[in-house]
Structures are given as structure tokens and as C-alpha cells.
Design a protein around this ligand. Structure first.
Ligand SMILES: C[S@@+](CC[C@H](N)C(=O)[O-])C[C@H]1O[C@@H](n2cnc3c(N)ncnc32)[C@H](O)[C@@H]1O
Length: 195
């Protein structure tokens, strides 16, 4: 059965996305450690979806930090926001795409871009927009499914972005890569700074 056939209503679609993204919640701690998330930081989570990972980041940055969750999907963000309120976490949401990012409420220390780049219509334009929004001190953290992995979990291999391609797009957008490593569940991670 295709996703569209499953999603008879917006509520059914949201429930499916909540369940799917909850399966990846364990990755939040791994991504947070690799990106160096710490209390009181401001974290921009691009393509936050239902907030399964953003809410974990909000727990780490705590009462003196903020997570800004960006996604074009208003229904998913509404769910993330309600969960943050319920758990007493500091999460702000912005409905929109990275290519048309409005002014942020606070300058981010970390920009998280996990399993979102391969969803973008123009990933190169997305990275250029992120570069324009990033302060000099900030770190960009990318996690993507590796097309060289078997495809037992996650995005279909044909939809995955090769790391060499992501590295080339980062260089074009004005980033220098500081770390590139294999990661769990068929991922690779890349950390980068603005040049
Ligand atoms: C698979 S979900 C990733 C959710 C979460 N970041 C994770 O690691 O599991 C991809 C998300 O990227 C969002 N997205 C797609 N294009 C985008 C864009 N141009 N700007 C911001 N978010 C985008 C989608 O709406 C979707 O919620």
C-alpha cells in the first residue's frame, strides 16, 4: 500500500509521520553528541518534521537555550509545538522552507540538517541559504543516508545523496568540512563551518 493510499485524512498522515519519525528518536542523542550540543545553546533544526529529534535537542539545551524548528509542514510543527508545551521545553517553530528563511529570533550556535537534504528540490540552493543565515561561530551538522549502504533501513538508496556530492555542494555554498564519518543506521555525518 502506498503512503498516499494510507493517508485518507490529514490526521492519518500526521499519525503516520509521528510514528515513522519516532523510530529515529534514538539518533537524536548520537547527532547531539557529534554536533556538540550543550545547555544554553540556540539550535536551528531544519526539516524538523514532527519534532521527534528537535524535542530531544530542546531537552539538552534546557531552560537557557532554544531550539528553532523549521519545516514547510505546518501540521507537523503544530504537533512539535504542542509536545514542547506539554513537556515544558523551549521550542519555537517557523513554518517555511530553508530557501525562504525569515529573520531568526536568535542566532544559532548549531544548525542541524538531518535526513532533510535529500528531500529538498534544490539541495545546493538550500545549503547556500543556510550559509547566508549562519553566524561565523556556528557549526552545521548534516546526517544523510549513505547510498553505498545496503538499504535495509531508511530512504531508498536511489533517493540518497552521495557524500562526495554533498561535500561539493558545501564547498560551492561557502563551507569548509571539519569532519566526515560513517554513522549508525546507514548514515554518514558531515560537520562544516562557514569559510
Ligand atoms: C524525513 S524528514 C526528517 C525529520 C528529522 N529531521 C529527522 O532527522 O528524522 C524531512 C523533513 O524535511 C522537510 N523539508 C523538505 N524540504 C524542505 C525545505 N526546503 N526546507 C526545510 N525543510 C524541508 C520535510 O517537510 C520533512 O519534514
Amino acid at each position: 500500500m502506498t503512503d498516499l493510499m494510507q493517508d485518507a485524512t490529514p490526521a492519518a498522515r500526521l499519525a503516520r509521520l509521528i510514528a515513522r519519525q519516532a523510530e529515529k528518536r534514538h539518533l537524536a542523542a548520537i547527532w547531539a553528541e557529534a554536533a556538540g550540543l550543550a545547555p544554553a545553546m540556540v539550535v536551528l533544526d531544519i526539516g524538523a518534521g514532527t519534532g521527534a529529534l528537535a524535542l530531544e535537542y530542546a531537552r539538552i539545551v534546557g531552560p537557557d537555550g532554544w531550539v528553532i524548528a523549521l519545516d514547510p509542514d505546518a501540521l507537523c510543527l503544530h504537533h512539535a509545538s504542542a509536545e514542547a508545551d506539554r513537556r515544558g521545553l523551549r521550542l519555537r517553530t517557523i513554518t517555511g522552507s530553508i530557501e525562504s528563511l525569515p529573520a531568526l529570533p536568535a542566532a544559532p550556535d548549531r544548525v542541524m540538517l538531518t535526513d532533510a537534504l535529500h528531500h529538498m528540490d534544490d539541495p545546493g540552493a538550500g545549503l547556500r541559504a543556510i550559509r547566508a543565515a549562519m553566524p561565523e561561530h556556528a557549526t552545521l551538522f548534516i546526517a544523510e543516508y549513505d547510498p553505498a549502504a545496503p538499504g535495509a533501513v531508511g530512504a531508498p538508496p536511489a533517493k540518497r545523496l552521495p557524500r562526495a556530492c554533498v561535500r561539493a555542494m558545501l564547498a560551492d555554498a561557502g563551507f569548509a568540512v571539519t569532519r566526515d564519518a560513517d554513522a549508525p543506521d546507514e548514515h554518514y555525518i558531515i560537520l562544516a563551518h562557514a569559510t
